[in-house]
Design a protein around this ligand. Structure first.
Ligand SMILES: [Zn+2]
Ligand SMILES: [Zn+2]
Length: 182
């Protein structure tokens, strides 16, 4: 299987629009847009919450390539944070991908993840499910219910998480670190 190791925001924007336009994932008449941010965490301030922001996190399968030594590796523990809100007919999703450092080079240089389209779809379908539930108060069940879990859960459990290489861990926002995470 060929998975790009390159971080490709356009793949996310295109898939986002495809799922909305072709598959009508959010068929409520509001306009939804996706943005990418490289600084936001999963922490929502009181002010932000008052303005309608919600947050969800996701673990995806991604691939990396070190910008220095060109080593490549895969990870089932690529952390994504989605902040989202619906305000006056305009829905906004802001995604932040967390990087990983190279095992060989270590250091503070975090490489951004590449994904294949299936992973992008899976992450976005899960996000749309959250939006239907939390912004439109749609009942549980129906479609996307089975998109709620990472595809490689067993792999996640057997592979220890390399905290020192994980950017999310480094800034203290990794759900794999969180014993009470559900
Ligand atoms: Zn390297
Ligand atoms: Zn981590």
């Amino acid at each position: 299987m060929t998975t790009s190791t390159e971080w490709t925001p356009s793949l996310w924007y295109d898939t986002f629009n495809e799922l909305l336009d072709d598959d009508s994932e959010l068929d409520y008449g509001d306009r939804w847009t996706l943005k990418v941010n490289y600084n936001k965490t999963d922490e929502i301030t009181y002010e932000e919450r008052k303005k309608g922001w919600k947050v969800s996190t996701h673990q995806a399968n991604g691939k990396f390539q070190c910008v220095s030594c060109k080593k490549t590796w895969g990870s089932a523990q690529v952390r994504l944070v989605f902040r989202y809100r619906l305000l006056g007919g305009q829905g906004t999703v802001i995604m932040r991908p967390f990087g990983q450092a190279c095992l060989r080079c270590r250091g503070d240089k975090f490489n951004l993840p590449g994904f294949d389209k299936k992973e992008v779809e899976q992450a976005l379908l899960r996000q749309f499910y959250k939006i239907r539930k939390n912004c439109y108060h749609e009942e549980d069940g129906e479609k996307a219910e089975d998109n709620g879990r990472p595809s490689s859960e067993s792999e996640e459990k057997t592979k220890p998480h390399k905290n020192h290489l994980c950017q999310a861990c480094r800034v203290g926002h990794c759900c794999l670190d969180d014993k009470d995470d559900n």
